[in-house]
Design a protein around this ligand. Sequence first.
Ligand SMILES: Cc1cc2nc3c(=O)[nH]c(=O)nc-3n(C[C@H](O)[C@H](O)[C@H](O)COP(=O)(O)O)c2cc1C
Length: 220
Amino acid sequence: MHVVIRPRVLYFGTPVVLISTVNEDGSANLSPMSSVWWIGQSCMLGLDETSKTTENIARTGECVVNLPSSEMVDAVDRLALLTGSKRVPPHKLQKKYRYEPDKFRAAGLTAWPSDEVAAPRVAECPIQLEARVDRIHPFAEEGSGVVAIDARIVRVHVEEKLLMSSNPRYIDPDKWDPLIMKFLEFYGGGQNVHPSRLAEGWGAPSRTDGVGMDPGRLSA
Ligand SMILES: Cc1cc2nc3c(=O)[nH]c(=O)nc-3n(C[C@H](O)[C@H](O)[C@H](O)COP(=O)(O)O)c2cc1C
C-alpha cells in the first residue's frame, strides 16, 4: 500500500562530491555537495546561487569535481555548515553556517595542482574530475535560489587501485565505494556511516525525514 506524503527534501541518494574552485584572491575554496549527475562527458551541478562556489564558477568558468570514498566521511562532515563567503547569507546563518577561509585546512585535506584548470584537486579523493563550465541555468521555480551548472569534464584522474585488473582503462564498480547522501545522512556500502552535521543544521530528526513541512528554499 502507498500513502501520500510531502517530504521536506527529495534526496533519495546521490554521491557526495567536493567542488574545488578559486577565490578572487587566488586562494582555494572547497565545498561538499550532492545534487550531481553525469551523462556523456558532462555533469550537472545543482548549487545554491549564493554559495561562494557558484560565485567562483560564474567568474572563472572552472572547477574540480572531487569524489570522496565512503571512508572519507569524517573530512566531508567537517566541511558541513561552512561557507567561503565572508558575508554569510541569512538562510545559512539561520542554519548555523560560519565563514571559513581555508576549507582544505578545516577538513584536513591536501590541495594538489590540476593539469587543465586553476582550481586544485583534493589529493585524498580517489577520483578527481577537472571541469569547464558550458552554461549556468536557472532551476525550478523563480526564486528557488538554485542554479544548475552544466560542466564538461576535461580531465579524469583515478586512484590506480580502483581500476579493473582485466582492463585498466575502466573503473571497477566492485572496488569503488562512493560516499552517498540519502535524506541528509551519509551512506557507504549501503550502511549509515557517520552522523551528519548537515542534518543537524536543518534541525532534521536523524534518519526520520520531516513530513508535511514547507520545503521553503530548495538548497542545503
Ligand atoms: C553532504 C552535503 C551535501 C550538500 N549538497 C549540496 C548541494 O547539492 N547543493 C548545494 O547548493 N549545497 C549543498 N550542500 C551545502 C553546501 O556545502 C553549502 O551551501 C556550503 O556553504 C557551500 O560552500 P561555499 O559557500 O563555500 O560554496 C551540501 C552539504 C553537505 C555537507
